[in-house]
Design a protein around this ligand. Sequence first.
Ligand code: ZN
Length: 363
Amino acid sequence: MSTPSDSAGGRVLRTLHGDLELPVFLPDATRGVVRGLDADDLRACGIGALVVNAFHLQSHPGMNTLRALDGLHAFMHWPAPIMTDSGGFQVLSLLAGSSKRGSITKKGVRLRLRDGGDCRLLTPEKCIRHQFMAGADVLVCLDYCTHPAAPHEEQRRSVDFTVLWAAACRQEFDRLVEATGRRPLVFAVVQGGNDASLRRECAERLLEIGFDGYGFGGWPVADGGRLVDMVQFVAELIPQEHPRWGLGIGKPGNLVRAAQCGYSVFDCTIPTRDARHRRLYVFRTPPESAAAQPDEFCDTVYMQDDRHRRDARPVDESCDCPCCRNYSRAYLHHLFQVWDPLALRLATMHNLRFYARLMGALR
Ligand SMILES: [Zn+2]
């Protein structure tokens, strides 16, 4: 199988909707939208690709609707690469709340989205079919995400099911490629919790099946916010020619550390969620200094602080985003005070531009 990235160090991810220079940060357009922003806004921030959650899209607008409307790219008016997340993490969150919500078996995940609602079976084949029908450029296999504190038997089961499902996903993927002549990329996710031997086994068995890229599954961050040791361990298990995806790694300092471990594809809700919570990222030192001082190069600014009320400076004087180019901290503070939707749009654009500039510097 050919690899999706340049053989010389894997610095480019080649997709059906264009090449992505690595490392790259993909904002979460979970339900088909980065809240409050349209495609032009995203481009103005230097965003080159998005992650959409296939699991949520099944509920709304529904896969048949998406197909009838010529797929995700046309629907979202987004001409660049789209990665679809299979939803393993969401499934874990739903099941963690209550066993009445469903169960996990060899066949896949049986889920009840609402109390008393119908049970739906999400099989690995269906999961890949949905992402393929949606027209995604990078598909992700269904995986069984566990909590790091889960007992050994559950971590064991998670690796066995993740590999079993990945094999089924790969088979279904190959069948769809053959039937349509369309060849997107397909990634698998390495599970195994904090158990090194399980992580190694999972990576080896997935590599044997063969995927374009590999993700770090489970919880990448320990209490206190530092990356867990497994993040580096898993990166070292994956040969360099394959892009490594650091699922859910999102604090700026952790992105730098993960990129130094070899991860090159990132997605996280942190910049967009923090923007909605009025928390904005600013560079303390030039972006180029991030690699040398991952704990020092940035700061957060809380826009609700009263000290911004008369501050005529932009959020970040070094930033070229539409918010910093055109508006003061005082105006953004005011927009948040009167709770105008423009505050969310400008703040989100600023944070995404910060992440795009950080990625640019790491490249
Ligand atoms: Zn800015």
